[in-house]
Ligand binder design. Structure first.
Ligand code: AOF
Ligand code: ZN
Length: 319
């Protein structure tokens, strides 16, 4: 298969995109790699945040700066290049400007209904060789939050829970409760990729959690994350709310799970991380409104991480 030739480059493009998962909302994370005529990888780039250059546009800017633009024959990109004038110009035009670029390999078609199919077709009509999808499942999985948001208007819901050896749930703050630093790092990576954290008043009253990304560097200049609090009895004290806002959160107090998710969807949130106690966890599990469940099981000296997906959830983002 002709796509197989490009899988290594596509993996690099996926890696370039992954760096910015959690920073791009409401845009998808996208990565691109440039190859020369011999198929050698010249450079890669990822889309850093909404309003800034798309992955392909950034790749071309970098190539110009590095004096490599004329060497590019192929662009390998995780998402079909856009063909619309949005916050930035169309990537198709940016690519066509350089006559030495003869081929575009894409990972997944853009699920955005206003963009889908347009870019790949347009480039084909313009005479480029367009190859794809390549590593489609991986590329769709990369943008699962974006796909869910543009198709059903809701964010991807990831639940996180930590259980001890007796199968009882450990408070979501995690600090000091982990035996290995890697589990703590993992927990903060989950936060880093989320645009919102969802918790309950019980957890706040019991643990006074910070919900910040501290054990790894957070995305620089990231816009404020939402902190959604299920607090039907209005028990969360004002000083917690103030402190959370000072830590950079925008607070939301929805009346129900449905309402909260709809608000987040409208705000362009791609992924929300649920970090609450057993009651909130149960409510999400029963509602069928979750997508991914990350369970960390603590043993005496190590942790075991299990990830499962809701059966009806479309992990390939075609919803
Ligand atoms: C790409 N490469 O890196 C991204 C794309 O408002 P704009 O101009 O930033 O456009 C956002 C839309 O463009 C977004 O909804 C998605 O369909 C596509 N994102 N496209 O070719 C990128 N981030
Ligand atoms: Zn674009």
């Amino acid at each position: 298969m002709e796509t197989q030739k490009y899988e290594r480059a596509m993996r690099m493009a996926i890696n370039a995109a992954e760096q910015f998962v959690g920073a791009t909302s409401p845009n998808p994370p996208v990565g691109a790699v440039a190859l020369d005529a011999k198929g050698k990888i010249l450079l890669g780039a990822g889309h850093a945040r909404a309003g800034e250059a798309h992955a392909e546009a950034k790749l071309l800017q970098l190539a110009e700066q590095m004096g490599k633009i004329k060497e590019i024959e192929t662009i390998v990109v995780t998402l079909e290049p856009c063909n619309h004038q949005g916050k930035t110009g169309p990537c198709t035009a940016a690519i066509l400007k350089h006559k030495n670029i003869r081929r575009v390999v894409y990972g997944a078609l853009d699920p955005n209904p206003s963009v889908a199919g347009g870019g790949a077709e347009f480039l084909k009509k313009a005479g480029l060789e367009v190859i794809g999808p390549c590593l489609e499942e991986e590329c769709q999985f990369l943008i699962r939050g974006f796909a869910k948001n543009v198709l059903v208007g809701l964010p991807w819901v990831t639940m996180k829970a930590v259980f001890d050896e007796k199968n009882s749930m450990i408070p979501p703050t995690g600090a000091k409760t982990f035996s290995s630093p890697s589990a703590l790092t993992f927990a903060h990576e989950l936060r880093k990729r989320a645009d919102a954290i969802w918790t309950g008043s019980g957890t706040i009253l019991a643990d006074n959690p910070e919900f910040t990304v501290r054990h790894i560097p957070d995305h620089p200049k990231r816009k404020p994350r939402y902190l959604v609090i299920s607090d039907r009895r209005a028990r969360v004290p004002d000083n917690y709310k103030k402190a959370a806002e000072q830590r950079g959160f925008e607070l939301l107090f929805p009346a129900s799970l449905e309402e909260g998710l709809e608000i987040l969807g409208k705000k362009g949130v791609l992924e929300v991380l649920v970090e609450g106690g057993p009651m909130l966890r149960q409510a999400f599990l029963e509602s069928g409104l979750w997508d991914e469940d990350v369970v960390i099981k603590k043993h005496s000296t190590e942790e075991e991480i299990e990830v499962r997906f809701r059966e009806e959830t479309d992990v390939h983002g075609t919803h």
